[in-house]
Design a protein around this ligand. Structure first.
Ligand SMILES: Cc1cc2nc3c(=O)[nH]c(=O)nc-3n(C[C@H](O)[C@H](O)[C@H](O)COP(=O)(O)OP(=O)(O)OC[C@H]3O[C@@H](n4cnc5c(N)ncnc54)[C@H](O)[C@@H]3O)c2cc1C
Length: 431
Protein backbone atom coordinates (compact mmCIF):
# COMPACT_ATOMS: atom_id res chain seq x y z
CA UNK A 1 0.00 0.00 0.00
CA UNK A 2 1.29 3.45 -0.86
CA UNK A 3 1.01 5.89 1.98
CA UNK A 4 -1.50 8.57 0.94
CA UNK A 5 -0.30 12.15 1.31
CA UNK A 6 -3.74 13.72 1.72
CA UNK A 7 -6.53 12.16 3.73
CA UNK A 8 -9.75 13.03 5.58
CA UNK A 9 -8.77 11.47 8.88
CA UNK A 10 -5.40 10.37 10.24
CA UNK A 11 -5.51 8.11 13.29
CA UNK A 12 -2.20 7.95 15.14
CA UNK A 13 -1.57 4.58 16.78
CA UNK A 14 -2.74 1.01 16.09
CA UNK A 15 -3.50 -0.13 19.63
CA UNK A 16 -7.04 -0.89 20.82
CA UNK A 17 -7.99 2.81 20.70
CA UNK A 18 -6.74 3.37 17.14
CA UNK A 19 -8.08 0.06 15.81
CA UNK A 20 -11.47 0.55 17.48
CA UNK A 21 -11.82 4.06 16.07
CA UNK A 22 -10.72 2.90 12.61
CA UNK A 23 -13.41 0.19 12.63
CA UNK A 24 -16.05 2.80 13.58
CA UNK A 25 -14.87 5.12 10.78
CA UNK A 26 -14.79 2.17 8.41
CA UNK A 27 -18.56 2.01 8.69
CA UNK A 28 -18.68 5.50 7.14
CA UNK A 29 -17.57 6.79 3.79
CA UNK A 30 -14.52 8.58 5.02
CA UNK A 31 -10.97 8.34 3.74
CA UNK A 32 -8.83 7.46 6.72
CA UNK A 33 -5.52 5.88 7.61
CA UNK A 34 -3.92 4.54 10.76
CA UNK A 35 -0.31 5.64 11.20
CA UNK A 36 1.62 3.30 13.48
CA UNK A 37 5.26 3.64 14.35
CA UNK A 38 5.77 -0.05 14.98
CA UNK A 39 3.14 -2.74 14.44
CA UNK A 40 -0.47 -3.45 15.39
CA UNK A 41 -0.76 -3.86 19.17
CA UNK A 42 2.91 -2.94 19.66
CA UNK A 43 2.46 -1.89 23.29
CA UNK A 44 0.88 -5.24 24.13
CA UNK A 45 3.69 -7.08 22.36
CA UNK A 46 6.10 -5.20 24.63
CA UNK A 47 4.41 -6.35 27.84
CA UNK A 48 6.41 -8.69 30.07
CA UNK A 49 5.65 -12.27 28.96
CA UNK A 50 3.90 -13.10 32.21
CA UNK A 51 1.61 -10.06 32.24
CA UNK A 52 -2.06 -10.56 31.45
CA UNK A 53 -5.02 -8.28 30.96
CA UNK A 54 -6.55 -7.45 34.32
CA UNK A 55 -10.00 -7.04 32.84
CA UNK A 56 -11.58 -10.44 32.22
CA UNK A 57 -12.85 -11.46 28.81
CA UNK A 58 -16.08 -13.42 28.55
CA UNK A 59 -18.17 -14.16 25.45
CA UNK A 60 -21.44 -12.60 26.63
CA UNK A 61 -22.21 -10.71 23.40
CA UNK A 62 -25.27 -12.82 22.57
CA UNK A 63 -26.95 -11.52 25.74
CA UNK A 64 -26.19 -7.91 24.95
CA UNK A 65 -23.18 -7.63 27.23
CA UNK A 66 -19.96 -6.87 25.37
CA UNK A 67 -16.76 -8.71 26.22
CA UNK A 68 -14.93 -6.14 28.39
CA UNK A 69 -11.85 -6.24 26.17
CA UNK A 70 -13.58 -6.11 22.77
CA UNK A 71 -12.95 -3.06 20.60
CA UNK A 72 -15.80 -3.70 18.18
CA UNK A 73 -19.48 -4.47 18.72
CA UNK A 74 -19.26 -8.03 17.47
CA UNK A 75 -16.01 -9.54 18.61
CA UNK A 76 -14.89 -11.22 21.80
CA UNK A 77 -11.25 -11.79 22.73
CA UNK A 78 -12.48 -14.57 25.05
CA UNK A 79 -13.94 -16.41 22.08
CA UNK A 80 -11.14 -15.58 19.66
CA UNK A 81 -8.36 -16.50 22.08
CA UNK A 82 -10.15 -19.03 24.25
CA UNK A 83 -8.97 -17.39 27.43
CA UNK A 84 -10.18 -15.06 30.14
CA UNK A 85 -7.07 -12.98 30.85
CA UNK A 86 -5.08 -12.73 27.59
CA UNK A 87 -1.35 -12.11 27.58
CA UNK A 88 -0.10 -9.05 25.70
CA UNK A 89 0.88 -11.22 22.71
CA UNK A 90 -2.56 -12.84 22.62
CA UNK A 91 -4.36 -9.52 22.81
CA UNK A 92 -2.22 -8.10 20.01
CA UNK A 93 -3.16 -11.17 17.93
CA UNK A 94 -6.82 -10.35 18.55
CA UNK A 95 -6.26 -6.73 17.39
CA UNK A 96 -4.49 -8.00 14.28
CA UNK A 97 -7.42 -10.31 13.51
CA UNK A 98 -9.85 -7.37 13.81
CA UNK A 99 -7.65 -5.25 11.53
CA UNK A 100 -7.39 -8.04 8.95
CA UNK A 101 -11.12 -8.76 8.99
CA UNK A 102 -11.97 -5.09 8.39
CA UNK A 103 -9.04 -4.61 5.97
CA UNK A 104 -8.07 -1.51 7.89
CA UNK A 105 -5.67 0.88 6.13
CA UNK A 106 -2.85 0.61 8.67
CA UNK A 107 0.63 1.85 7.82
CA UNK A 108 3.28 0.40 10.13
CA UNK A 109 6.70 1.96 10.62
CA UNK A 110 5.34 5.49 10.37
CA UNK A 111 6.24 7.58 13.40
CA UNK A 112 4.33 10.81 13.89
CA UNK A 113 6.76 13.34 15.33
CA UNK A 114 4.57 16.41 15.27
CA UNK A 115 1.06 17.51 14.41
CA UNK A 116 0.93 21.03 13.03
CA UNK A 117 -2.36 22.86 12.52
CA UNK A 118 -2.28 24.29 9.00
CA UNK A 119 -3.37 27.67 10.23
CA UNK A 120 -1.20 27.75 13.31
CA UNK A 121 -1.60 31.43 13.87
CA UNK A 122 -5.40 31.59 13.64
CA UNK A 123 -7.61 31.44 16.72
CA UNK A 124 -8.69 27.87 16.07
CA UNK A 125 -10.95 27.61 19.08
CA UNK A 126 -12.95 30.53 17.65
CA UNK A 127 -12.92 29.00 14.17
CA UNK A 128 -14.85 25.91 15.37
CA UNK A 129 -15.97 23.60 12.59
CA UNK A 130 -14.37 25.83 9.97
CA UNK A 131 -10.87 25.23 11.34
CA UNK A 132 -8.39 24.10 8.70
CA UNK A 133 -6.60 20.78 8.59
CA UNK A 134 -3.27 19.51 9.83
CA UNK A 135 0.13 18.54 8.58
CA UNK A 136 1.51 15.49 10.29
CA UNK A 137 5.28 15.45 10.30
CA UNK A 138 6.17 11.79 10.11
CA UNK A 139 9.22 9.59 9.64
CA UNK A 140 7.88 8.98 6.11
CA UNK A 141 7.39 12.64 5.25
CA UNK A 142 4.45 15.03 5.66
CA UNK A 143 0.83 13.91 5.50
CA UNK A 144 -2.10 16.33 5.21
CA UNK A 145 -5.24 15.44 7.14
CA UNK A 146 -8.49 17.29 7.69
CA UNK A 147 -8.91 15.64 11.10
CA UNK A 148 -6.52 13.90 13.45
CA UNK A 149 -7.44 11.26 16.03
CA UNK A 150 -4.66 10.88 18.58
CA UNK A 151 -4.56 7.25 19.77
CA UNK A 152 -0.91 6.82 20.65
CA UNK A 153 -1.55 5.62 24.21
CA UNK A 154 0.63 5.78 27.29
CA UNK A 155 2.65 2.61 27.55
CA UNK A 156 5.48 3.64 25.26
CA UNK A 157 5.98 6.91 27.12
CA UNK A 158 7.07 5.94 30.65
CA UNK A 159 7.62 8.36 33.51
CA UNK A 160 10.57 8.03 35.88
CA UNK A 161 8.74 9.98 38.58
CA UNK A 162 11.42 12.69 38.37
CA UNK A 163 13.50 10.77 40.90
CA UNK A 164 17.10 11.69 41.41
CA UNK A 165 19.25 8.86 40.05
CA UNK A 166 16.34 7.34 38.11
CA UNK A 167 18.81 6.35 35.38
CA UNK A 168 20.16 3.66 37.73
CA UNK A 169 16.74 2.02 37.70
CA UNK A 170 14.72 0.16 35.07
CA UNK A 171 11.14 1.08 34.18
CA UNK A 172 8.78 -1.90 34.38
CA UNK A 173 7.52 -1.23 30.85
CA UNK A 174 10.95 -2.07 29.42
CA UNK A 175 11.19 -5.53 30.99
CA UNK A 176 10.60 -8.43 28.56
CA UNK A 177 9.88 -11.04 31.18
CA UNK A 178 10.10 -11.30 34.96
CA UNK A 179 11.81 -14.67 34.64
CA UNK A 180 14.61 -13.25 32.52
CA UNK A 181 14.98 -10.16 34.74
CA UNK A 182 15.27 -12.40 37.80
CA UNK A 183 17.69 -14.71 35.96
CA UNK A 184 19.92 -11.82 35.04
CA UNK A 185 20.35 -10.88 38.70
CA UNK A 186 20.15 -14.26 40.36
CA UNK A 187 22.74 -15.06 43.02
CA UNK A 188 24.11 -18.32 44.23
CA UNK A 189 23.51 -19.85 47.64
CA UNK A 190 26.92 -18.78 49.05
CA UNK A 191 26.24 -15.16 48.28
CA UNK A 192 22.79 -15.36 49.80
CA UNK A 193 24.20 -16.97 52.97
CA UNK A 194 26.92 -14.33 53.23
CA UNK A 195 24.30 -11.64 53.02
CA UNK A 196 22.15 -13.36 55.64
CA UNK A 197 25.14 -13.50 58.01
CA UNK A 198 25.88 -9.87 57.41
CA UNK A 199 22.24 -8.97 58.13
CA UNK A 200 22.11 -11.13 61.26
CA UNK A 201 25.29 -9.60 62.65
CA UNK A 202 23.67 -6.21 62.87
CA UNK A 203 21.06 -6.59 65.56
CA UNK A 204 20.07 -2.94 65.47
CA UNK A 205 18.85 -3.05 61.94
CA UNK A 206 15.38 -3.94 60.82
CA UNK A 207 15.22 -6.94 58.49
CA UNK A 208 14.00 -5.15 55.39
CA UNK A 209 15.40 -1.69 55.79
CA UNK A 210 18.16 0.18 57.52
CA UNK A 211 18.22 3.63 59.00
CA UNK A 212 20.22 5.79 56.65
CA UNK A 213 23.38 7.29 58.09
CA UNK A 214 23.86 9.49 55.08
CA UNK A 215 25.15 8.68 51.64
CA UNK A 216 27.13 5.52 51.34
CA UNK A 217 25.90 3.98 54.60
CA UNK A 218 26.71 0.28 54.51
CA UNK A 219 24.04 -2.26 55.32
CA UNK A 220 22.75 -5.64 54.39
CA UNK A 221 21.26 -6.26 51.01
CA UNK A 222 17.95 -7.65 52.09
CA UNK A 223 16.18 -7.95 48.81
CA UNK A 224 16.86 -9.06 45.31
CA UNK A 225 14.69 -6.30 43.89
CA UNK A 226 13.19 -3.05 45.19
CA UNK A 227 10.17 -1.73 43.30
CA UNK A 228 9.26 1.95 43.44
CA UNK A 229 5.48 2.30 43.15
CA UNK A 230 2.77 -0.02 44.42
CA UNK A 231 -0.09 0.47 41.98
CA UNK A 232 -1.03 -2.12 39.33
CA UNK A 233 2.30 -2.26 37.49
CA UNK A 234 4.36 -2.39 40.69
CA UNK A 235 2.33 -5.15 42.28
CA UNK A 236 2.22 -7.10 39.02
CA UNK A 237 6.02 -6.89 38.84
CA UNK A 238 6.34 -7.96 42.49
CA UNK A 239 4.11 -10.98 41.91
CA UNK A 240 5.95 -11.91 38.70
CA UNK A 241 9.34 -11.71 40.41
CA UNK A 242 8.21 -13.49 43.58
CA UNK A 243 7.00 -16.34 41.35
CA UNK A 244 10.59 -16.80 40.21
CA UNK A 245 11.83 -16.97 43.80
CA UNK A 246 13.08 -13.39 44.13
CA UNK A 247 12.53 -11.46 47.32
CA UNK A 248 10.91 -8.12 46.62
CA UNK A 249 10.22 -4.92 48.52
CA UNK A 250 7.57 -2.56 47.15
CA UNK A 251 7.80 1.08 48.25
CA UNK A 252 4.89 3.47 47.94
CA UNK A 253 3.92 6.75 49.54
CA UNK A 254 0.25 5.84 49.79
CA UNK A 255 0.12 2.05 49.69
CA UNK A 256 -2.65 1.62 47.09
CA UNK A 257 -2.92 -2.09 47.97
CA UNK A 258 -4.76 -1.07 51.18
CA UNK A 259 -7.72 0.59 49.48
CA UNK A 260 -10.91 -0.54 47.75
CA UNK A 261 -13.07 1.50 45.37
CA UNK A 262 -15.83 0.92 42.84
CA UNK A 263 -13.52 2.39 40.20
CA UNK A 264 -10.66 0.01 39.37
CA UNK A 265 -8.75 2.93 37.82
CA UNK A 266 -8.02 4.15 41.32
CA UNK A 267 -7.12 0.98 43.18
CA UNK A 268 -5.77 -2.48 42.46
CA UNK A 269 -8.02 -4.53 40.21
CA UNK A 270 -9.77 -7.51 41.79
CA UNK A 271 -7.45 -9.86 39.88
CA UNK A 272 -4.33 -8.22 41.28
CA UNK A 273 -5.72 -7.94 44.83
CA UNK A 274 -6.65 -11.60 44.69
CA UNK A 275 -3.22 -12.66 43.45
CA UNK A 276 -1.50 -10.50 46.03
CA UNK A 277 -3.50 -11.93 48.89
CA UNK A 278 -2.75 -15.48 47.76
CA UNK A 279 0.95 -14.73 47.43
CA UNK A 280 1.13 -13.21 50.90
CA UNK A 281 -0.87 -16.07 52.41
CA UNK A 282 1.53 -18.53 50.80
CA UNK A 283 4.42 -16.66 52.39
CA UNK A 284 5.96 -15.34 49.17
CA UNK A 285 8.81 -12.91 49.94
CA UNK A 286 6.97 -9.67 49.15
CA UNK A 287 7.41 -6.79 51.60
CA UNK A 288 4.92 -3.95 51.10
CA UNK A 289 6.08 -0.66 52.62
CA UNK A 290 3.68 2.24 52.81
CA UNK A 291 4.54 5.90 53.63
CA UNK A 292 7.74 5.38 51.68
CA UNK A 293 8.16 8.41 49.45
CA UNK A 294 11.17 7.63 47.34
CA UNK A 295 13.46 10.56 46.61
CA UNK A 296 16.64 9.13 45.18
CA UNK A 297 18.32 6.06 43.81
CA UNK A 298 22.04 5.49 44.15
CA UNK A 299 24.43 2.93 42.83
CA UNK A 300 27.34 1.80 44.99
CA UNK A 301 30.26 -0.53 44.67
CA UNK A 302 29.55 -3.35 47.09
CA UNK A 303 32.96 -4.74 47.94
CA UNK A 304 34.08 -8.27 48.69
CA UNK A 305 30.73 -10.01 49.18
CA UNK A 306 29.66 -9.35 45.68
CA UNK A 307 32.82 -8.96 43.71
CA UNK A 308 31.12 -8.87 40.36
CA UNK A 309 28.92 -5.90 40.76
CA UNK A 310 27.30 -2.95 42.34
CA UNK A 311 24.35 -2.64 44.59
CA UNK A 312 21.55 -0.15 44.59
CA UNK A 313 20.21 2.02 47.38
CA UNK A 314 16.74 3.52 47.27
CA UNK A 315 16.36 6.42 49.70
CA UNK A 316 13.09 7.80 51.00
CA UNK A 317 12.06 11.22 52.27
CA UNK A 318 11.97 9.81 55.82
CA UNK A 319 15.62 8.83 55.61
CA UNK A 320 15.15 5.11 55.14
CA UNK A 321 17.37 3.28 52.70
CA UNK A 322 16.53 0.04 50.92
CA UNK A 323 19.29 -1.98 49.29
CA UNK A 324 19.01 -4.42 46.44
CA UNK A 325 21.30 -6.38 44.22
CA UNK A 326 19.31 -5.76 41.05
CA UNK A 327 18.64 -2.29 39.67
CA UNK A 328 15.42 -1.03 41.28
CA UNK A 329 12.30 -1.22 39.16
CA UNK A 330 10.33 1.93 38.51
CA UNK A 331 6.58 1.43 38.53
CA UNK A 332 6.14 5.17 38.50
CA UNK A 333 3.52 5.40 35.81
CA UNK A 334 3.46 6.88 32.35
CA UNK A 335 3.94 10.33 30.99
CA UNK A 336 1.76 9.33 28.03
CA UNK A 337 1.94 10.15 24.35
CA UNK A 338 0.18 13.48 24.79
CA UNK A 339 3.67 14.79 25.51
CA UNK A 340 4.16 14.77 21.71
CA UNK A 341 1.17 17.04 21.09
CA UNK A 342 0.78 18.83 24.41
CA UNK A 343 0.97 22.22 22.69
CA UNK A 344 -2.38 21.40 21.05
CA UNK A 345 -4.31 20.72 24.23
CA UNK A 346 -5.24 22.80 27.25
CA UNK A 347 -4.79 20.90 30.49
CA UNK A 348 -7.14 20.94 33.41
CA UNK A 349 -5.56 19.52 36.56
CA UNK A 350 -3.27 17.31 34.50
CA UNK A 351 -6.05 15.95 32.24
CA UNK A 352 -6.45 17.18 28.66
CA UNK A 353 -9.41 19.55 28.31
CA UNK A 354 -11.89 17.96 25.89
CA UNK A 355 -15.29 18.86 24.53
CA UNK A 356 -18.15 16.44 25.08
CA UNK A 357 -17.14 14.95 21.69
CA UNK A 358 -13.54 14.32 22.88
CA UNK A 359 -12.12 17.08 20.72
CA UNK A 360 -9.32 19.28 22.01
CA UNK A 361 -10.81 22.51 23.36
CA UNK A 362 -7.65 24.21 22.14
CA UNK A 363 -7.41 22.73 18.65
CA UNK A 364 -10.67 21.95 16.81
CA UNK A 365 -10.28 18.99 14.48
CA UNK A 366 -7.94 17.15 16.85
CA UNK A 367 -9.60 14.29 18.79
CA UNK A 368 -8.31 12.09 21.58
CA UNK A 369 -9.24 8.43 22.08
CA UNK A 370 -7.85 6.00 24.62
CA UNK A 371 -6.89 5.89 28.27
CA UNK A 372 -5.96 9.57 28.57
CA UNK A 373 -9.56 10.65 27.97
CA UNK A 374 -11.08 12.02 31.16
CA UNK A 375 -14.38 13.74 31.93
CA UNK A 376 -15.52 15.14 35.26
CA UNK A 377 -12.53 13.66 37.00
CA UNK A 378 -13.22 10.14 35.73
CA UNK A 379 -10.51 8.46 33.66
CA UNK A 380 -11.49 6.35 30.68
CA UNK A 381 -8.38 4.30 31.19
CA UNK A 382 -9.69 0.79 30.49
CA UNK A 383 -10.78 -0.57 27.14
CA UNK A 384 -14.38 -1.09 28.33
CA UNK A 385 -14.50 2.62 29.17
CA UNK A 386 -12.75 4.33 26.29
CA UNK A 387 -14.23 2.10 23.56
CA UNK A 388 -17.59 3.75 24.27
CA UNK A 389 -16.25 6.94 22.73
CA UNK A 390 -15.04 5.55 19.37
CA UNK A 391 -18.42 6.07 17.74
CA UNK A 392 -18.80 9.52 19.35
CA UNK A 393 -15.61 10.67 17.62
CA UNK A 394 -16.48 8.87 14.37
CA UNK A 395 -19.95 10.45 14.31
CA UNK A 396 -18.59 13.95 14.93
CA UNK A 397 -16.01 13.61 12.16
CA UNK A 398 -18.55 12.00 9.83
CA UNK A 399 -21.06 14.81 10.40
CA UNK A 400 -18.44 17.43 9.64
CA UNK A 401 -17.39 15.63 6.49
CA UNK A 402 -21.05 15.42 5.46
CA UNK A 403 -21.23 11.64 5.20
CA UNK A 404 -24.04 9.39 6.36
CA UNK A 405 -23.45 8.41 9.99
CA UNK A 406 -26.49 6.12 10.34
CA UNK A 407 -24.28 3.00 10.27
CA UNK A 408 -23.05 4.04 13.70
CA UNK A 409 -26.54 3.37 15.15
CA UNK A 410 -25.31 -0.15 15.71
CA UNK A 411 -22.99 1.19 18.41
CA UNK A 412 -26.00 2.75 20.14
CA UNK A 413 -28.03 -0.44 19.86
CA UNK A 414 -25.18 -2.51 21.21
CA UNK A 415 -24.42 -0.07 24.00
CA UNK A 416 -21.01 0.99 22.85
CA UNK A 417 -21.93 4.65 22.43
CA UNK A 418 -21.61 6.68 25.58
CA UNK A 419 -22.94 10.21 25.09
CA UNK A 420 -24.36 11.02 28.48
CA UNK A 421 -21.33 11.85 30.55
CA UNK A 422 -23.40 11.79 33.73
CA UNK A 423 -22.27 8.21 34.03
CA UNK A 424 -18.92 9.73 34.89
CA UNK A 425 -20.19 10.68 38.33
CA UNK A 426 -18.59 8.48 40.96
CA UNK A 427 -20.56 5.27 41.37
CA UNK A 428 -21.26 3.48 44.61
CA UNK A 429 -22.09 -0.18 44.89
CA UNK A 430 -24.90 -1.44 47.11
CA UNK A 431 -22.75 -4.26 48.35
C1 LIG B 1 0.61 -2.16 32.82
C2 LIG B 1 -0.72 -1.86 32.21
C3 LIG B 1 -1.75 -2.81 32.26
C4 LIG B 1 -2.99 -2.54 31.68
N1 LIG B 1 -3.97 -3.47 31.73
C5 LIG B 1 -5.17 -3.19 31.18
C6 LIG B 1 -6.24 -4.15 31.22
O1 LIG B 1 -6.11 -5.23 31.77
N2 LIG B 1 -7.41 -3.81 30.63
C7 LIG B 1 -7.60 -2.61 30.04
O2 LIG B 1 -8.71 -2.36 29.54
N3 LIG B 1 -6.62 -1.70 30.00
C8 LIG B 1 -5.42 -1.96 30.57
N4 LIG B 1 -4.43 -1.02 30.55
C9 LIG B 1 -4.68 0.26 29.99
C10 LIG B 1 -4.07 0.22 28.61
O3 LIG B 1 -3.10 1.23 28.50
C11 LIG B 1 -5.04 0.41 27.59
O4 LIG B 1 -6.15 -0.38 27.73
C12 LIG B 1 -4.50 0.24 26.19
O5 LIG B 1 -3.20 -0.18 26.02
C13 LIG B 1 -4.56 1.60 25.62
O6 LIG B 1 -4.72 1.45 24.27
P1 LIG B 1 -4.17 2.54 23.30
O7 LIG B 1 -4.53 2.08 21.94
O8 LIG B 1 -4.61 3.87 23.72
O9 LIG B 1 -2.59 2.53 23.53
P2 LIG B 1 -1.48 1.51 23.06
O10 LIG B 1 -1.94 0.11 23.20
O11 LIG B 1 -0.23 1.92 23.75
O12 LIG B 1 -1.34 1.81 21.51
C14 LIG B 1 -0.74 2.98 21.04
C15 LIG B 1 -0.09 2.69 19.70
O13 LIG B 1 0.40 3.91 19.19
C16 LIG B 1 1.69 3.72 18.64
N5 LIG B 1 2.38 4.98 18.75
C17 LIG B 1 2.80 5.61 19.87
N6 LIG B 1 3.36 6.79 19.57
C18 LIG B 1 3.29 6.94 18.23
C19 LIG B 1 3.72 7.94 17.33
N7 LIG B 1 4.29 9.05 17.77
N8 LIG B 1 3.52 7.76 16.01
C20 LIG B 1 2.91 6.63 15.55
N9 LIG B 1 2.49 5.63 16.38
C21 LIG B 1 2.67 5.79 17.69
C22 LIG B 1 2.29 2.62 19.49
O14 LIG B 1 3.29 1.91 18.82
C23 LIG B 1 1.08 1.74 19.81
O15 LIG B 1 0.92 0.71 18.88
C24 LIG B 1 -3.19 -1.30 31.09
C25 LIG B 1 -2.15 -0.36 31.03
C26 LIG B 1 -0.94 -0.64 31.59
C27 LIG B 1 0.14 0.40 31.53
Amino acid sequence: MTLPRTIDVAIVGAGPAGIGTAVALDALETEHVVLERDCIGASFRQWPDEMRLLTPSFPANAFGVRDLNAVTTDTSPALALDCEHPTGEQYADYLEAVATFHELPIYGGVEVDRVVPDDETADRSAAGDEAGGFTLETSEGPIEAEYVVWAAGQYQYPSDGSLSGADHAVHVSTVDSWASYAGQWSIDEDERNAEAERAASDADREPARIAADGAGAAGPITDDVVIVGGAESGIDAALGLADTGCSVTVLDGDGPWQYRSSDPSEVLSPRTSDRLESALTEGRPIDLVTDARVEAIERERRGPVRADGDEYVVRTADGDAFRSRAPPLLATGFEGSLAVVDDLFAFDGGAPALTDRDESTETPGLFLVGPQVAHDGQQFCFIYKFRQRFAVVAETVGDRLGVDTDPLEEYREKRMFLEDLECCEPDYCDC
